[in-house]
Structure formats: C-alpha cells, structure tokens
Ligand binder design. Structure first.
Ligand SMILES: [Zn+2]
Length: 56
C-alpha cells in the first residue's frame, strides 16, 4: 500500500506539519512558504513524484 503524504496547497511541497489540533479541527503549517490553514493536499507518494516531475 502506498504511503500518503501531506502537501502544501500553495507551494506544492511535502513540508506540511501539524500546527494545531483541537475541537475546531486541525490547522497545518508549511515550513517552506509559511502557509497556515486547514486545507492541505493528500496524495500517495507515487502520485506526488509524478506531479513533481511534471512541474519541473
Ligand atoms: Zn508551502
């Protein structure tokens, strides 16, 4: 089974960490572009590798 990775919706890098979690839901933070918010992208490692090679 493929590993799921969490990706920043702004810079498309897999540098998302959980910033805050609680009653109101989770908030994530990107260490690359300083995005903070509840929205992240999730995809499996193969898909991510494909997306990265498409954009370069
Ligand atoms: Zn980012």
């Amino acid at each position: 089974m493929a590993r799921t990775i969490e990706i920043c919706p702004v810079c498309k890098k897999a540098t998302i960490t959980l910033y805050m979690g609680g009653y109101l839901g989770k908030v994530y933070r990107c260490s690359e572009c300083d995005y903070v918010g509840p929205v992240i992208l999730e995809m499996d490692a193969d898909e991510y590798a494909r997306m990265v090679s498409d954009t370069q």
